[in-house]
Design a protein around this ligand. Sequence first.
Ligand code: GDP
Ligand code: MN
Length: 396
Amino acid sequence: MNLHEYQGKEILSTFGVKIQKGIVVSTPQEAVAAAKKLTEETGTGWHVLKAQVHAGGRGKGGGVKLAKNLGEVESIADQIIGMQLITPQTSAEGKKVHQVLVAEDVYYPGETETSEFYISVLLNRTTGRNMIMYSTEGGMDIETVAEETPHLIFTEEIDPATGMLPFQARRVAFNLGLSGAAFKDMTKFVTALYTAYDKSDASLFEINPVLKTSDDKILAVDAKVTIDDNALFRHKDYLELRDIREENPIEVEAGALGLNYVDLDGNVGCMVNGAGLAMATMDLIKQAGGEPANFLDVGGTADAARVEAAFQIILKDPEVKAILINIFGGIVRCDRVAQGVIDAYKNMGTINVPIIVRLQGTNADIAKELIDNSGLDVQSAVEFQEAADKVQAVLA
Ligand code: GDP
Ligand code: MN
């Protein structure tokens, strides 16, 4: 589950990580009130307004702006709230902004006095250990740093038996070129950051930039946080942080129906039972020259109701030009699935795309007969390759 910047910062703050203070709002009037409150609390005269969407690169897309007075707070909030924000990380149509974070300006008085760093915590899948990845090149796109100046990216691997050790925090501060008060503050920052990552069962905490202010304080200015979905049962309080407006609507609907669905860019809809077979099916479609429109695992019980729900979901994607049903009847009998396909088809009235069904396993022969005699525009296939070729043929 991905979080908004303001939610990530709230979690950081509860673990003692220093953050750029802010208040999230959804109208220009609220933005002005928030700015006044922040001025009372922090003494800041300037504010930065930040679009809250699940995508990075907001600054480049015009989603992060500095306001030097309350009039500017209001006009910038008015401009950002409701806009379609296009960044290097969104699709071409961008993402609609519902909320804006009004934050204290922490860069004052100027960029020469401040430094920006990059610090993230994530799992190194090769070693199976958590690691801190950090760089002196903050504020920039880290992929570009990795490509052009890889020697400026450092890592610190954490031994799960000991957790992060004090010398590791000091090494981070040292490699970032800090000294004095900033050095000490950085060791505290990175230690608290690692604790936050660990205790919240996150799979990513990416802080870009971490700022050294002109008075040598270390603060999180941005926060990109992903919580591991498999650990959410331990964090019931995080469930309300989910913002489904940021998620793919078809995926949300499929999830509610208990279907494991991932939207993809191609034009061949797939309905498969079992994740392994679903991946193999997608490979075969590609090998035959097609492109899968989705990954869809209907699970073990492919009865008529489930098959119908899966059809509905697949057909919501306007790109779909053919559907390939590939079911292995092990626990579920093929004739039951075939009947399910036929019933669902009849219930739905018209399905305007050709359907190819491959059923293998228990009672596959009866299933094929049912499909072939159904009188519907559904083709059956026996072999895997045959199924993929038939899909290609109907698309041609
Ligand atoms: P991103 O573009 O989505 O990664 O959003 P960030 O939160 O990283 O903000 C983008 C950029 O806005 C940062 O790299 C900073 O340079 C700038 N920025 C953020 N907060 C402030 C602030 O308080 N004052 C000023 N002047 N600039 C800020
Ligand atoms: Mn950022």
